[in-house]
Write a protein that binds this ligand. Structure first.
Ligand SMILES: Cc1ncc(COP(=O)(O)O)c(C=O)c1O
Length: 335
């Protein structure tokens, strides 16, 4: 149920969305005493790295709905595409296996148009190793642009359709209203007394769901961009509209409602930054908690900088969105 006014915490839908159970919820939420002392804020962490599903991560929440939909439609093969070290693909591969669905994906190391040609994660080990272990059909493309990768993914879906299979195509990163809904729902796992929630943001389902849930509350949601694309916010606005339709609410979010911070991307999407490596070491050496180099390391880098400058203060929740297998695909340790 919506909690009244324009406060959107709580969960309501126009009708039940198909769902399957993949993760252990609620994920832990606990205080980081030593890091709070270092940064001079009251710092908490939401442990979506500990979902108990396929090495953890935020995609498990979205997949409960996406794969629920696939199951409800009698799908036999799921096809998607993404970067070679995609956390989404690793969790999707595992989820399909759990449900007896064949999984196939086209992947590439980096999309050339936005990226430095070097410095990306390796195309072996890490998530790719886990994809291979669960038996996913992974096709590796030489670096190209996203449009070419998506066209390849469509061809792959056709390949399975030609075998008479019922194929379900999922967009990159699970960018869907159901994904945003999963994070709107996740917001009810934490009490509304935080001043800030900080998380990594890329395709936007996580940030959109949380921003919608905490709109008009005291809690401000800050997404740290992991993709250097200011125009992503246009897509968040559209996603929020669709989320609003799902929950049957009356909240319209505009560009001004999304705090999408582009300062900590570093060299580019999919490329580790010196700041993220520093953040990884700092949190590990202060609290024994690991972050990843592409998403959570960059987000925690931003959190540390903003806490030091006083830009964020009070009671802060760092939403740990997982991604840890990418640590084992770093191009070099000398970062
Ligand atoms: C570890 C991790 N954190 C954060 C994100 C960003 O989540 P979203 O796509 O919902 O913006 C991703 C997306 O791939 C991810 O793998």
């Amino acid at each position: 149920m919506l909690w009244g006014g324009c406060h959107n915490l709580g969960v309501a839908t126009q009708g039940a969305l198909p769902k399957t159970s993949l993760i252990l919820k609620p994920t832990p939420l606990h205080r980081l005493d030593r890091m709070s002392h270092v940064l001079g804020i009251d710092l908490w962490i939401k442990r979506d790295d500990l979902t108990g599903f396929a090495f953890g991560g935020n995609k498990g929440r979205k997949l409960e709905y996406l794969l629920g939909l696939a199951v409800s439609q009698g799908v036999e093969v799921v096809v998607t595409c993404g970067s070679a070290q995609s956390n989404f693909i690793r969790q999707l591969a595992a989820g399909c296996t759990m449900l007896g669905i064949k999984f196939a994906a086209y992947v590439m190391q980096l999309p050339y148009e936005f990226q430095p040609a070097e410095g990306g994660l390796r195309t072996e080990g890490g998530n790719l190793l886990l994809d291979e272990i669960v038996g996913a059909d992974i096709r590796l493309l030489d670096n190209d642009v996203w449009d070419v990768l998506m066209a390849k993914s469509t061809e792959l879906a056709e390949e399975y359709r030609a075998l008479g299979k019922n194929v379900f195509e999922i967009p990159i990163g699970g960018y869907t209203p159901q994904g945003a809904y999963a994070f709107y729902e996740a917001a009810s796992e934490i009490k509304g007394d935080f001043d800030w929630i900080v998380s990594a943001s890329s395709s936007g389902s996580t940030q959109t769901g949380l921003t919608y849930a905490f709109h008009c509350s005291q809690t401000r949601v800050k997404g740290i961009a992991c993709d250097p694309e200011p125009a992503m916010v246009d897509e968040f606005v559209v996603l929020a509209e669709k989320l609003n339709d799902i929950v049957g609410g009356n909240v319209r979010l505009g560009h001004e409602d999304f705090d999408f911070d582009l300062r900590y991307v570093g060299p580019g999407y999919g490329v580790p930054s010196a700041g993220s490596m520093d953040a990884i070491r700092t949190l590990a050496r202060t609290e024994g908690i690991f972050l990843d180099p592409i998403y959570t390391g960059k987000a925690f880098h931003g959190l540390m900088e903003m806490a030091k400058s006083g830009e964020i203060n009070g009671k802060v929740c760092f939403w740990h969105t997982g991604g840890l297998p990418a640590l084992f695909a770093l191009p070099t340790l000398d970062l």
